[in-house]
Design a protein around this ligand. Structure first.
Ligand code: NAP
Length: 368
């Protein structure tokens, strides 16, 4: 039986728990659809009985990722049974553990090993097999955003092409969280990156920001009309596509013969548009990547090894988390709305209470 703080604030109301269960706040949807319409803030009862193998968790922070939005809409590769709480990743603190739990202990920080367990809530219980311990030396924002996007960047960079020093990667949506991780992991390995962003009013800020992370070149989709820009860029061995549509037809112009194009996202919501000539004359190899499949098909030990590599990069200051806009869980509607506005350069981060918000604000200040 675990007993975290027996009181919890949901909006302005204070909820008092009894000894065997207590009430937590959770975002929930009962039908798939527009996230701005189908989501609501609810209370839920969390059992205090952990049995042999469960852990009690206090959620600290969780981002709003495109996959969360797609899951709520019902168009993602995973369809949780309804009603469901959204949230594919997040950072939690272990409040207590069941009698046979050995992999984590009270006070540890953990992330979730299974996808779409529902992190947009204040407290929960989970099987100890569904959590992975994360070093407390990792800042809170980095911990809350380490489960999905940095591993996606890591696997795509290591698993498809044997990149050598100075080799080139070209990617679109380069200012996304995955894109930022690609830039930084590549820079740490002396691989060069050609980064494509959408043309925007604040273009210089974005170019400067990505350059500060280690981007070798940053161009916009509008630059594809400028031959002199395209001719000045090195050709890539690996292309990473998160946009699809016409953006890919442009991107393959910057790829070498027999290079590999990995598609991992479809932000334009358009089919992949690859010129026939790219397949015939350049013999470009096209494939896809989904980190959930990688997690399913590889051992926990391999996953921990990868997380250790990412954690080392974070500790060495070589892998910074994405820029975030923190929002209290109770104000989640604001975060949902902002997450769907383009050109923001910031990921919405749901923060579970005001105390954690103070830590998040301090981390943001320290990174400025
Ligand atoms: N396959 C996998 O395993 C896997 C894992 C992680 C992520 N993903 C996918 O990777 C993509 C990026 O995820 P993230 O969390 O890194 O994203 P994010 O940080 O939320 O950033 C969103 C990115 O999408 C761009 N974007 C938004 N709407 C667009 C549109 N209509 N056309 C072109 N670009 C658009 C944004 O560019 P602007 O700044 O120009 O708006 C920004 O670069 C998503 O598609 C996500 O589902 C896939």
């Amino acid at each position: 039986m675990f007993l975290p703080s027996r009181t919890h604030h949901l909006g302005r109301r204070m909820i008092v728990s009894n000894a065997s269960s207590w009430t937590a706040a959770a975002v929930r949807y009962s039908e798939n659809g527009d996230p701005e319409k189908v989501l609501e803030l609810t209370e839920e009862s969390v059992s205090g009985d952990l049995g042999e193998g469960n852990v009690a968790l206090k959620l600290l922070a969780a981002p709003v990722n495109p996959a969360d939005i797609n899951t709520i809409q019902g168009v993602y590769g995973i369809k949780p049974p309804l009603p469901a709480t959204p949230g594919g990743e997040g950072l939690a603190e272990v409040l207590d553990v069941g009698t046979h739990v050995r992999n984590v202990q009270k006070g540890d920080r953990v992330i979730f090993s299974a996808p779409m367990l529902g992190t947009w809530r204040t407290y929960t219980t989970a099987s100890a097999t569904q959590v992975l311990k994360i070093s407390k030396e990792i800042p809170l924002i980095a911990g809350a955003t380490i489960t999905i996007n940095p591993p996606t960047a890591f696997r795509m960079l290591y698993d498809f092409v044997g990149l050598r020093k100075n080799d080139v990667i070209v990617q679109n949506a380069a200012n996304s969280a995955v894109g930022q991780a690609v830039i930084q992991i590549a820079a740490a390995n002396n691989w060069r990156t050609v980064n494509i962003i959408r043309d925007r009013p604040n273009k210089a800020d974005t170019v400067q920001f990505l350059s500060s992370l280690g981007a070798t070149h940053v161009i916009t989709d509008a630059d594809f009309k400028r031959k002199e820009v395209l001719q000045s860029l090195p050709k890539a061995q690996l292309g990473l596509n998160a946009v699809s549509g016409k953006a890919v037809a442009d991107m393959v112009k910057l790829m070498n013969d027999r290079s590999t194009l990995v598609t991992y996202g479809g932000m334009s919501k358009q089919p992949l548009l690859i010129p026939t000539t790219a397949l015939i004359f350049k013999d470009i190899i096209c494939c896809g990547f989904w980190v959930s499949r990688w997690n399913d098909e590889n051992s926990t030990e391999e996953r921990i090894e990868m997380l250790d590599s990412l954690t080392s990069l974070i500790k060495d200051g070589k892998l910074k988390p994405p820029q975030v806009e923190p929002v209290l869980l109770k104000d989640f509607k604001q975060a949902i709305q902002r997450s769907q506005e383009g050109f923001s350069n910031r990921k919405q981060l749901l923060v579970m209470d005001e105390q954690i918000m103070t830590t998040v604000q301090q981390e943001i200040e320290a990174n400025r």
